[in-house]
Design a binder for this molecule. Structure first.
Ligand SMILES: [Zn+2]
Length: 168
């Protein structure tokens, strides 16, 4: 699966369906699923839209994480009009002079999958791709069952003794 690094909080906005256009410096002929990597770095100069989606921002949302794959979207089209100076109707997230990557069908992961990001459209490693597939909505049945961790009964736990109060 291909992946794209998007700075937070815009990665979160895409994952939660608030944003359906990514304004990027490059074009692509690829169409299909794209994993969204939540990034704190500005190395792509991407997603500098006119407004930040801070109104509904939720730091506790797994999709608000940085340093991992947080969602899978579908790249449905790329508008090249603005990149050649022509007007278009891509909406509020479309920046002048950029290619407008139109995305839809956001599927936020239940929790992020750690990965090392790369510039442009990059390919997930098989291990990361498998983790992403497992954490897509509706894939709970595919999660491996783990046996519960056994804990000793409370009466067997030793009471901690403060070192300064320890008898000589
Ligand atoms: Zn456009």
């Amino acid at each position: 699966m291909r992946a794209l690094s998007v700075r937070q909080p815009w990665a979160w906005a895409v994952a939660r369906g608030h944003q359906d256009v990514l304004s990027l410096a490059t074009n692509t002929g690829y169409r299909g699923p794209v994993a969204i990597y939540g990034s704190l770095r500005a190395d792509q100069g991407s997603c500098d839209g006119p407004r930040a989606p801070v109104a509904d921002w939720d730091s506790a949302d797994p999709a608000a994480s940085a340093g991992g794959i947080i969602a899978v979207v579908s790249l449905v089209d790329v508008c090249a009009a603005a990149a050649s100076g022509r007007p278009c109707r891509c909406g509020e997230w479309a920046s002048a002079g950029r290619y407008h990557w139109r995305v839809g069908q956001p599927q936020p992961l239940k929790w992020p999958v750690m990965a090392l990001s790369h510039p442009g459209l990059w390919e997930l490693t098989p291990v990361v791709a498998a983790g992403v597939a497992r954490l897509l909505p509706g894939e709970a049945a595919a999660l491996p069952r783990r046996s519960p961790v056994s804990r000793p009964p409370a009466r067997h736990r030793r009471r901690a003794v403060h070192p300064l109060k320890r008898p000589n």
